[in-house]
Design a protein around this ligand. Structure first.
Ligand SMILES: [Zn+2]
Length: 334
C-alpha cells in the first residue's frame, strides 16, 4: 500500500511539548492547493509508554476534544514519563461542521478503518492513524460522546479482546478510568472502527461515551478529565498518586444484538422509561406516534431482553430502523 500523503513538522521522538498539525493535501473548489490542517500535539519525557489520545472521530462529540485541549495546555512535560500523542479533532472537517460525518466526503470516520492512502479525505486520515500513529502507541484512547442522535449515561467503553492477557490489561485500564459505568461492547460486530483496528494491532484500547445530544455536558467533562488522568496514573505516565477518590463503578456489557431496540415505523418516538431503569424482556420500550394521522393507534416497540436502560435516541423524529434504546447487562467473562 502507498505511504500516507499526510505531512507534519511534529517530531514524535523529540522531548518536551510540541503543538502543530498533520497536514492532508486537499483540493476542493474553494482551495486548489491547500491542506486540511488536523491539530495535534506531542508531549514526551524520557522512556515510558506511548498513549495516543484522540477526539473528534465524530465531529459532534465535544467532551473529549475539550479535555484533550486542556491537557495539551496544562500538563507539565517534566511531570510525565513516556509519550503522549494528542489528536483532539482528528476528523477536522466533521469537527468544524459540528457533524457526525465529514462534509468533505460524507463518511463516518469510525466506519473507514484501516483507511486508504488513495481514498477520500476521511479514509486518508484513518489510514494515517492506523499506519503511522497506532504503531507508535501502546495504549489508544478514543473519546466519544453521544453525538447528535444519542442520550446516554457517561461511561468508559471497551471491546472484548480475544487474547486473555490483553483482555485483562484492557479491563484493568478501563476500571482505572473509573467512570460511573464501565461497558464492554462489540458494536454489533463492526470491524471498521478505530477501536477494532487498534485492537488488531494489539493495543490496549479505551473508549468513552460522555455527553448527549450534541451538547457539552458538565458531568461528562468531569468524568472525562478525571478518567483520562486516572488512566495516565495507572500506566505510570503520570506520578503514582491518583488525584481523586475512587468512585463506585458498575461493570456491564452490551450482551448482543437483542440489546438494541429499533424504531418499528417512521414517526415520532415516545420513550416510556428513564435512563438507568431496569426493564424486562417483552415490556414496551416506547411507541411511534403518527402526528399527521391522530386516529391511527401508535405502534409499540418492545424490549427483546431484560436489562438496564443505558442509551436512548435523542431526537424525537424517527425512521423505521433508527436505534431508539440500548440495554446493558452485568459483564460476564468469556
Ligand atoms: Zn462517536
Amino acid at each position: 500500500m502507498s505511504a500516507s500523503p499526510i505531512f507534519t513538522d511534529l517530531d514524535y521522538e523529540r522531548e518536551g511539548r510540541q503543538v502543530g498539525f498533520l497536514n492532508l493535501p486537499y483540493s476542493p473548489h474553494s482551495d486548489a492547493w491547500g491542506v486540511i490542517p488536523v491539530p495535534a500535539a506531542v508531549i514526551r519525557n524520557g522512556d515510558g509508554p506511548t498513549v495516543l489520545l484522540m477526539g473528534g472521530n465524530h465531529g459532534d462529540e465535544y467532551e473529549g476534544p475539550i479535555v484533550l485541549g486542556r491537557l495539551i495546555r496544562d500538563l507539565d512535560p517534566r511531570t510525565i514519563r513516556g509519550r503522549l500523542i494528542f489528536v483532539p479533532a482528528i476528523n477536522l472537517p466533521a469537527v468544524r461542521a459540528g457533524n457526525r460525518v465529514s462534509p468533505a466526503d460524507g463518511k463516518n470516520m469510525n466506519r473507514t478503518f484501516p483507511g486508504d492512502p488513495l481514498g477520500s479525505p476521511t479514509e486518508q486520515i484513518s489510514h494515517y492513524v492506523d499506519s503511522v500513529l497506532f504503531p507508535l502507541a501502546d495504549v489508544f484512547m478514543d473519546l466519544h460522546s453521544g453525538g447528535s442522535s444519542l442520550d446516554l449515561i457517561p461511561s468508559v467503553m471497551m471491546q472484548r479482546p480475544d487474547d486473555a492477557a490483553l483482555r485483562r490489561r484492557t479491563l484493568d485500564a478501563v476500571l482505572a478510568f473509573n467512570a460511573p459505568l464501565t461497558v464492554v461492547m462489540d458494536t454489533m460486530g463492526e470491524r471498521r472502527t478505530s477501536s477494532a483496528a487498534a485492537l488488531a494491532r494489539g493495543l490496549v484500547v479505551i473508549g468513552s461515551e460522555l455527553g448527549s445530544a450534541g451538547a457539552v455536558s458538565l458531568e461528562g467533562l468531569e468524568v472525562c478529565e478525571r478518567g483520562v488522568r486516572n488512566v495516565l496514573h495507572h500506566l505510570g505516565v503520570l506520578p503514582a498518586d491518583p488525584p481523586a477518590e475512587r468512585q463506585p463503578t458498575q461493570l456491564m456489557q452490551i450482551a448482543g444484538a437483542d440489546s438494541y431496540v429499533f424504531a418499528p415505523a417512521d414517526g415520532l418516538f415516545e420513550p416510556f422509561h428513564r435512563l438507568g431503569t431496569w426493564v424486562e424482556k417483552g415490556q414496551p420500550a416506547g411507541q411511534v406516534n403518527f402526528l399527521d394521522d391522530p386516529g391511527r393507534p401508535p405502534l409499540v416497540a418492545h424490549f427483546r431482553r431484560s436489562g438496564y436502560l443505558f442509551c436512548r435516541r435523542a431526537p424525537g423524529r424517527v425512521e423505521r430502523g433508527n436505534g431508539v434504546c440500548v440495554l446493558l447487562n452485568p459483564y460476564e467473562e468469556g
